[in-house]
Design a protein around this ligand. Sequence first.
Ligand code: 3PG
Length: 398
Amino acid sequence: FRTLDDADLQGRRALVRVDFNVPMQDGRVSDDTRLRAALPTIDKLRKGGAKVVLLAHFDRPKGKRVPEMSLKPVVEPLAKLVGAPVAFADDCVGGDAAKAVAALKDGDVLLLENVRFHAGEEKNDPEFARALAANGDLYVNDAFSAAHRAHASTEGLARLLPAYAGEQMRRELEALDAALGNPQRPVLGIVGGAKVSTKLDLLNNLVGKLDYLAIGGGMANTFRYAQGFEIGGSLCEKEMADTAREIIAKAQAGGCKLILPSDAVVAKDLAPGVPTRTVQLAKDGGVAADEKIFDVGPDTLAELLKAMAECRTLIWNGPLGVFEVQPFDKATVEAARQAASLAKAGKLVAVAGGGDTVAALNAAHAAGDFTFVSTAGGAFLEWMEGKELPGVAALAQK
Ligand code: 3PG
């Protein structure tokens, strides 16, 4: 695909799809990571003399104008980060948008209102895409994290205007390629999270590609249950036991070494500071009937850290335990810190993504030293599942 280095920018209207689906609290942006992620593209376009017209969605208004889902609260924090005024238009198509775009001088920035206020966006309606395209001379997709959606502003526009990958899109794709497409081996995956059912495709794809796969979080309970271990009252998807056994068999057949918990930190209830016990998982005994697993234990952590030290690449999605509640954050925090320090020392390419994962790395103060932390949630998962992302595919066709 083409990048901004290939584009003629001076005086041209660049229609830029960004992902400003940011956390908000009481109508204010509470985490500006995704705004910051858009800055390299915005800066490059401004320096090149383009008129920057930003397109984005916020939340899921389902084709209706929902005032609480306006992008207006993004304007002020974005302007501060850009270091220049950001204009705003109340609609992303039609007269208001056209007027606001016509008023732009070279280097100016304009944010258009939530594209999902129009039903044509999610339907990828060609007519709506053409109405969006009327405000641009070229299209830049900088929203990797929305690229799993085949919508008008993420996919349709790439067919109507000369299309380019923005800087964040380019960085995301390069990092993901370094982690899974064409990685330095051995490669370790860490996959956590509550349920096997939501990560089935991901696990199946990974066991075919990785040298080591560590499984933590609630989903590890299902794996151990499937092997006949006692898990007490822990979260478990019993109906997924056959599937878990199939994944184990596939890993064995393909030479992917699975790291499943051999011990666990358990408690009767989930609350900060509750009494805990560390137990060896066993087919007979181990976790008591009234106990629940909330983190992997020290032996499991040691095995994981040892594997990590032997690997050149790490791809991480999902926490190992209930990291939001201490002391069940321990394994996640220690693994994150070791990954960060190996990455900092240039010994490990460490890539992570997915909402909870990023929150966990931030809690461990480890995200800054990772080689790359994706801004994507759902798109990162779909990419880890080996799926083609429509927004990326549309760019690649150009
Ligand atoms: C995200 O927040 O992961 C993206 O912006 C996509 O949002 P969506 O799941 O509402 O399509």
